[in-house]
Ligand binder design. Structure first.
Ligand SMILES: NC(=O)c1ccc[n+]([C@@H]2O[C@H](COP(=O)([O-])OP(=O)(O)OC[C@H]3O[C@@H](n4cnc5c(N)ncnc54)[C@H](OP(=O)(O)O)[C@@H]3O)[C@@H](O)[C@H]2O)c1
Length: 325
C-alpha cells in the first residue's frame, strides 16, 4: 500500500510517499481502507519536534531519540472496513467508520488496523469522510479538558485560540454544554467563531482579554499566551485554567496553584478514550458539533498541507483525501 513516511525529524519535505506493507488485522482488529485523514498541530509537532518549552527530551524519548519510531504520521482517519479479524463482533465489512489512533499515529496510509474496542466508531451518516476524519483531534481534546475542568451549564468560558482545531471544537462543545462562550481570535476569524456559537468575541489584535476586567469560570488556552501568571485575574474564584498548550512550567504549577489558590490549573496531554468518539459522533449526528474544514489536499500533496499547518494560521482542520472516488 501507499503511505507517507518520515525517517527523520524536520521540515515538511521529510515526508515521502512510499510503498509499504499492507497490514493484516489481528483476531480482534478491523482493517480500514482510509478515505481521508488530517494534518493536525500534533502531526506538525511529531514531524518537527517543535514542542513546548521543557518537553524536548521527553518528546524524543516518546517519539524516538534519533529518528521517528513510528514512521507513519497521522492521528485521524475516516474510511470503510475492508476486513475483520475472527473475533470481531461490533463491525462488519463495508461499515463506514472514523477512528483516532492518537499517539500511535499511522493514519497517513491507504490502510490501517484498529482494535474493535479501540477509538473507532461508526461514521455519522450526515458527515462526509473528510468531516468525519476531522472529528477526533480537536473534539476529544476539548471534551477531555472540559471534563477535567468540570464545566457546568451556565458557566462563562473563554477560549483563547478559538479558530484553531481545538478552539473550533471547544466553542461548539461549550455551547452544547450550556456554557456562555467567549472566543478570542483575530478579526479575520470573528464571523467563523461567532457562527460556531460564541456569545462574545475578543479580537486579540485589538484587545487583551487579561486586561479588560471580565472574569470567567473557565479559561481554555490553546495558544500558550495565557499562562496562570497572566490569566489569574481573569478567573473567578474557583475558576479553572485549562492549559491545552503549556510548557513544563505550566504542568509544574498545577500542584502549587491547587495548594495556594481557590483557582485551578489543569494541564498535560488529553487522555484518549474510545467512548469520546461515540459521544462526538452522537453530537455530530444531532447537528450539535461539526468539524470546521479549512483546506483539503490530495494525498500526494501532503507536504503542501504540512507547510500550511506549519504557518499556525489554519482555521479548524486541514484534511487530506487518501482515496479519490
Ligand atoms: N494537551 C493536549 O493534549 C493537546 C491536544 C491537542 C493540541 N494541543 C496543542 O494545542 C495547541 C493548539 O492546537 P490546534 O490544533 O488548535 O492548533 P491550530 O489549529 O494550528 O491553531 C491555529 C489557530 O490558532 C490561532 N492563533 C494563533 N495565534 C493566536 C493568538 N495569539 N491568539 C488567538 N488565536 C491565535 C490562529 O488564528 P489567527 O491566524 O487568526 O491568529 C489559527 O486559527 C497546539 O500547540 C497543540 O500542540 C495539545
Amino acid at each position: 500500500m501507499k503511505a507517507i513516511v518520515y525517517e527523520r525529524y524536520g521540515p515538511p519535505d521529510v515526508l515521502q510517499l512510499k510503498e509499504v506493507e499492507k497490514p493484516t488485522p489481528k483476531d480482534n482488529e478491523v482493517l480500514i481502507k482510509i478515505h481521508a485523514t488530517t494534518v493536525t498541530s500534533g502531526d506538525w509537532r511529531a514531524r518537527s519536534l517543535n514542542v513546548p518549552p521543557g518537553f524536548g527530551l521527553m518528546s524524543r524519548l516518546f517519539f524516538g531519540v534519533s529518528r521517528p519510531r513510528q514512521p507513519i504520521l497521522g492521528t485521524e482517519l475516516a474510511g470503510e472496513i475492508e476486513a475483520v479479524g475472527k473475533d470481531v463482533s461490533k463491525f462488519k465489512v463495508g461499515d463506514q467508520v472514523f477512528a483516532f489512533s492518537g499517539a500511535a499515529m499511522g493514519c497517513y496510509a491507504e490502510y490501517k488496523c484498529m482494535p474493535e474496542d479501540g477509538p473507532v466508531a461508526p461514521k455519522p451518516p450526515n458527515l462526509t469522510y473528510e468531516e468525519a476524519a476531522a472529528l477526533s483531534f480537536g473534539g476529544t481534546t476539548a471534551l477531555n479538558f472540559f471534563r477535567r475542568g468540570k464545566l457546568q451549564s451556565g458557566e462563562k468560558v473563554l477560549i483563547n485560540g478559538a479558530s484553531g482545531g481545538v478552539g473550533t471544537a471547544a466553542v461548539q462543545l461549550a455551547r452544547h454544554f450550556g456554557a456562555e462562550a467567549t472566543g478570542v481570535c483575530s478579526g479575520a476569524n470573528v464571523e467563523l467563531v461567532r457562527s460556531l456559537g460564541a456569545a462574545h468575541i475578543i479580537d486579540y489584535t485589538k484587545e487583551d482579554f487579561t486586561r479588560n476586567g471580565e472574569t470567567y469560570d473557565i479559561i481554555v488556552d490553546t495558544v500558550g499566551s495565557a499562562p496562570f501568571s497572566r490569566s489569574e485575574q481573569s478567573l473567578k474564584d474557583g475558576g479553572r485554567l485549562l492549559l491545552v498548550l503549556g510548557g513544563l512550567s505550566g504542568l509544574l504549577l498545577v500542584p502549587w496553584v491547587a495548594m495556594t489558590s481557590s483557582k485551578k490549573v489543569i494541564a498535560g496531554p488529553a487522555a484518549e478514550r474510545a467512548e469520546d468518539l461515540r459521544i462526538l459522533a452522537e453530537l455530530a449526528k444531532a447537528g450539535e458539533f461539526r468539524p470546521v474544514i479549512d483546506r483539503r489536499y490530495p494525498f500526494e500533496q501532503i507536504v503542501e498541507a504540512h507547510r500550511y499547518v506549519d504557518t499556525g494560521r489554519k482555521r479548524g482542520n486541514v484534511v487530506v483525501t487518501v482515496m479519490n472516488r
